[in-house]
Design a protein. Structure first.
Length: 95
């Protein structure tokens, strides 16, 4: 092989080495991005759960003459709505 061919072969090998290094670096960066996206999603879920626990909800009273109740998000009581009284319209009393 001549000097020119050795020079070209050396440059070719250098460029292949750079491409291999860039591929490894890209793979590592993509892995880092996926991990950071997972961490961001976990943090968003924790933040949402904390927000729900800190929030307050007003529910109607279960008693006819009662007062509405204020519940904190983490109180553990079921927040059901009161039952509606039966209505007296003509179509509801059909045989």
């Amino acid at each position: 092989m001549g000097d020119v061919e050795l020079e070209i072969a050396g440059r070719l090998e250098q460029h292949r080495t750079v491409v291999a290094w860039l591929r490894r670096a890209l793979t590592q960066e993509e892995r880092t991005i996926r991990e950071l996206e997972r961490q961001a999603e976990d943090e968003r879920r924790r933040w949402e759960a904390a927000r729900r626990e800190r929030s307050w909800t007003v529910t109607a009273s279960r008693a006819t003459e009662g007062h509405p109740q204020l519940h904190q998000g983490n109180c553990g009581l079921p927040l059901t709505r009161p039952r509606r009284p039966a209505h007296d319209c003509a179509h509801s009393n059909r045989p």
